[in-house]
Design a protein around this ligand. Sequence first.
Ligand code: SF4
Length: 127
Amino acid sequence: MQEQLSRKKFIAKCTGYAGAFIGGALLLNSCKSDESKPDDASVKSGEQPKSMVQPENCNDLSSLSAEEVDKRTKLGYVDHSPSPDMRCEICKLYLPPAEGAKCGGCSLFQGPVDIGASCTYFAPLDA
Ligand code: SF4
């Protein structure tokens, strides 16, 4: 009987510790900063997040942070591909424009991408 009671206590303690651990992990995860999340204001108003606003000109980077513009530069992004065989339009990493939008995107960075642009990370669709 004594053994059963201590086993019950042990299981109860383990369940309590597991609950506390999972709760703590969930709490920490919810507090973590996530830059990819849209801000509350844009979600409430129904607007696209700043990084996803579609400009008229795909080379308009005014909605991007300096870090995002720098990232594009470091990846060798150019508005006009030096070769017709290296256009974003035929790259695996290209994200086609949303319905009614002019500019697509790229899996590597934020902001608008023209179908005729390119970068050093071009990955052909047919490879
Ligand atoms: S990886 Fe480069 S070439 Fe491919 S879609 Fe992105 S910017 Fe364009």
